[in-house]
Design a protein around this ligand. Sequence first.
Ligand SMILES: [Zn+2]
Length: 203
Amino acid sequence: MNQNLISTSEAINKLIQEFNKLPGIGPKSAQRLTYYLLRAPEEQARLLADAILSVKQKITLCSICFNVTESAPCLICGSDERDRSKICIVEQPQDILALEHTRVYNGRYHVLHGAISPTEGIGADDIRIKELMNRLQGSSVDEVILATNPNLEGEATAMYLNRLISPLGIRVTRLARGLPFGTELEYADDVTLTRAIEGRQEF
Ligand SMILES: [Zn+2]
């Protein structure tokens, strides 16, 4: 850590270090958050600490779609309102949040928890592909929407899945190319994401 960020308090340094481990939080932000909490009421710090522990203790993965959930199955898999003939494949649970926010998709999901990446040594067996194939066997699913990220890993994963799923006689679609290459779904704006879902094409 940058030398000028070290305070004389061990407790303060510890919190700065912990914040600094989080994605998107650099040393300066870690320091700002720490000093903000120092000034905040103790109750606010307690609520934050409780909320962090609570997600670790209460959240599990849905046994059907592998989304993060407090209930088993998750609210989407358990809902009678959702179209069971469609499954949208995403890389991460937070991608579901982004897609749900558009309100244009009413099917179910499957979370891979990653993407195939030879450079990082992540193969098909390292993500939830086997579980997806088990789910599709003998199911009433007639369309699988490949909503992996529009980057190299996401494309490689989509191509791999298309080869596995097409022979089952299930329609395979991919989000339209309205999404700029190299971005992640999580950060796409609603309009772009809406167009991408509505304009999905045969893979
Ligand atoms: Zn689920």
